[in-house]
Design a binder for this molecule. Structure first.
Ligand code: FES
Ligand code: FES
Length: 207
């Protein structure tokens, strides 16, 4: 599937109306092809104009339309976390959301974390702690870890936070990291080293 250039650029309001109407049309038929939509995906700081079928997932848009194959397809049904990317700073499964729903959002993929070939601190920590074997789950693990570290630094509680009524620093424990990373599976079982790689960062600074 090749990327297609969109026609004349539409303003964000018009694109949003087109998205909504096309998705409504698509939802009434499971088989009929839907007219392509003109959308703009902002990925790793760059705007990409696409003409895209409204039922294409964000994961397929990244991989098949934009050749951003760092984001991996594992289960394609929200169970493994291999497709985790950041949308407006929050982690999501790209296989469970439609590209058309993210027109104008800031999307960060694994390709957007390094700076001119220099790994960011989470990527470097994964290498230092040997936190992967085959590497297939690793882009999703690193994108998820990026958001997890931010969430912990912002004192956002998890299911294992002892007192969710008190807003205060989150204890940077292995239990907190394991709970927050529990949506990202690793068939190679690199979990202890993944926890070490993230723990080394969250324990480095006062959070
Ligand atoms: S590929 Fe998206 S959660 Fe598995
Ligand atoms: S490193 Fe192989 S699946 Fe995680």
């Amino acid at each position: 599937m090749a990327a297609a250039a969109a026609g004349p650029a539409l303003d964000a309001g018009t694109r949003a109306e087109n998205v909504s109407a096309a998705m409504q049309r698509a939802s009434t038929s499971e088989t009929a092809p839907a007219a392509p939509l003109a959308i703009i995906l902002r990925i790793n700081g760059r705007a990409h104009e696409l003409s895209i079928e409204p039922r294409v997932t964000l994961l397929d848009a990244l991989r098949e339309y934009l050749a951003l194959t760092g984001t991996k397809k594992g289960c394609d049904r929200g169970q493994c976390g291999a497709c985790t990317v950041l949308v407006d700073g929050r982690r999501i499964n790209a296989c469970l959301t439609l590209a058309a729903m993210h027109d104008g959002h800031e999307i960060t993929t694994i390709e957007g974390l390094a700076d001119n070939g220099v790994l960011d601190e989470i990527q470097a920590s994964f290498v230092k702690h040997d936190a992967f074997q085959c590497g297939y789950c690793t882009p999703g693990q690193i994108c998820a870890a990026t958001a997890v570290i931010r969430e912990m630094r912002k004192s956002e509680p998890s299911a294992v936070t002892s007192d969710v009524r008190t807003i205060g620093p989150i204890e940077p424990s292995d239990a907190e990291i394991r709970e927050r990373m529990s949506g990202n599976l690793c068939r190679c079982g690199a979990y202890p080293n993944i926890v070490d790689a993230i723990g080394a960062i969250v324990r480095k600074k006062v959070i």
